[in-house]
Design a protein. Structure first.
Length: 466
């Protein structure tokens, strides 16, 4: 809901015309050509309806947009790619950062700097020229900043941890319109909160992070028919317990549409997809995968040695916009009873509507504290359990999957795997109480009027509690 404008709205300098004159990018209203294109997210589950859109071209544009919003007590939303749309902007100012897409790689320091609108494929390509790789997720089309602020659980997570663990510097515009630098030594509380606190503390203009020496890996997917779901899931559960950290793996029950862009063996039917990304020699990867390949015949096997630039083929995430709900919980473990329950609600013979029901094995570097502490917590979890389902209301039957596995849950969820309006609520479920209270105090310091609330909102607190 829009906050009423202040009296100064009537003056040209303080009104939209004044804002338009002070920015390099474009200022759009609902009547302007290009309005719908600027607002369109990759995930069409939500529709933004702001009062104004600032198509920012630099950090100064973002500062001016936030100062305008603060002056008129308007909430602020930000969108780069729109993959992880949480709360659609209803009124207020939306800052579109997709034009801020510069990437710089320092091969000697093994670092990269990405502006606010950069997508992972840009960093992957730039780093690959030097035999390096970032800690991106399954889709190279996702925005760097939003992914990293939520932690960043990627394809090399068990070996290198969260993407946020490798961030060294963040430039962010906070609620009063100031451009701040946050590092381990400069504004350290803000640096701690930004890494894991998502978009609650300002609009990031650029982010710097470490790269890892990876040019190739052994990766891809093993697809099995539905009738092999039980033995494959049980075998994967046991197999993943003692994996070396060089192997990151997930398993998904897929119900893909009967569409031309889907490989023929997977169209319109339930399949079981085991995904792997292995950093050791390919021959060692072959040996590691042998027990899974022996469980049942595969309908498709895409595992091979590949350049890191092709890692998008491991999960084969959609490359065209699609509406979907994404929900998740964290599991403390997965025993035989949990496997049986999961198959009851999401396996063959169930009426599960989800496109994807996914388990990601955690552990390894993900379970260890970050070298520089951050708000990315829940490191004791063993798995994420995630559903990706068609648009539906609060009574979406896909919720049954997560509810059924709650007895094995930690009581928490992973913020980056929660998208869609129905998943925006009390952010306390994302953090342990101590972490949430610290985040709320820092929120009060940097955003006391809660301008940045179109996210998984952390409510401003105080030193005596929240």
């Amino acid at each position: 809901m829009s906050v009423p404008h202040s009296r100064t709205d009537d003056t040209a300098e303080s009104g939209p015309a004044g804002l338009a004159a002070r920015i390099r990018g474009a200022l759009l209203t609902p009547d302007d050509e290009g309005w719908d294109d600027e607002l369109a997210p990759f995930n069409a589950i939500g529709v933004h309806r702001p009062d104004l859109v600032v198509a920012a071209e630099n950090a100064s544009d973002i500062q001016e947009a936030i100062r305008y919003a603060a002056r008129h007590r308007l909430p602020v939303a930000v969108q780069a790619t729109g993959h992880g749309i949480a709360a659609p902007a209803d009124g207020g100012v939306l800052i579109s950062t997709r034009r801020m897409n510069a990437v710089a790689v320092d091969p000697v320091a093994r670092t990269a700097r990405a502006e606010a609108g950069v997508r992972w494929h840009q960093v992957i390509d730039a780093a690959a020229e030097h035999g390096l790789a970032p800690l991106n997720g399954s889709s190279p089309l996702v925005g760097v900043v939003g992914y990293t602020l939520g932690g960043g659980l990627g394809l090399l997570a068990r070996r290198y941890g969260y993407a946020a663990d490798h961030v060294t510097r963040i430039h962010v515009v906070t609620a009063e319109g100031e451009l701040r630098e946050a590092t381990a030594h400069r504004n350290p509380d803000l640096f701690w909160a930004l890494r894991g606190g998502k978009g609650n503390f300002g609009v990031v203009t650029s982010i710097e992070f470490g790269l890892v020496p990876v040019a190739t890996l052994y990766g891809g997917g093993l697809f099995f028919a539905a009738d092999a779901a039980q033995p494959v899931l049980e075998a994967w559960r046991r197999w993943s317990e003692d994996l070396p950290e060089d192997m990151t793996s997930s398993l998904a029950l897929l119900r893909l549409p009967d569409a031309p862009f889907i490989p023929e063996p997977l169209r319109g039917r339930l399949t079981v997809h085991v995904r792997v990304a292995f950093l050791g020699p390919p021959e060692n990867g072959e040996k590691l995968l042998a027990p899974l390949r022996a469980v049942a015949p595969t309908v498709l096997d895409t595992v091979r040695e590949m350049p890191y630039t092709e890692v998008g083929e491991i999960h084969m995430d959609p490359v065209e916009p699609v509406p979907y709900h994404e929900r998740s919980i964290l599991l403390r473990g997965l025993d035989e009873a949990a496997v049986r329950r999961l198959l009851e609600v999401a396996g063959p013979g169930s009426d599960c509507p989800a496109f994807v029901v996914e388990l990601r094995r955690l552990g390894g570097a993900v379970a260890r504290p970050a070298p520089v502490p951050s708000a990315v917590g829940n490191r004791d979890a063993a798995f994420t359990l995630t559903t990706v389902s068609p648009p539906a209301g609060p009574d979406d039957p896909a919720r049954v999957v997560l509810t059924a596995l709650e007895p094995w849950g930690t009581g928490r969820a992973y913020v980056n795997f929660l998208t869609g309006p129905d998943e925006v609520g009390d952010a306390r479920r994302l953090y342990d109480p101590e972490t949430y209270e610290r985040l709320a105090r820092i929120k009060r310091q940097y955003d006391p009027h809660h301008l940045f609330r179109f996210t998984h909102p952390i409510v401003p607190g105080d030193a005596d509690g929240v």
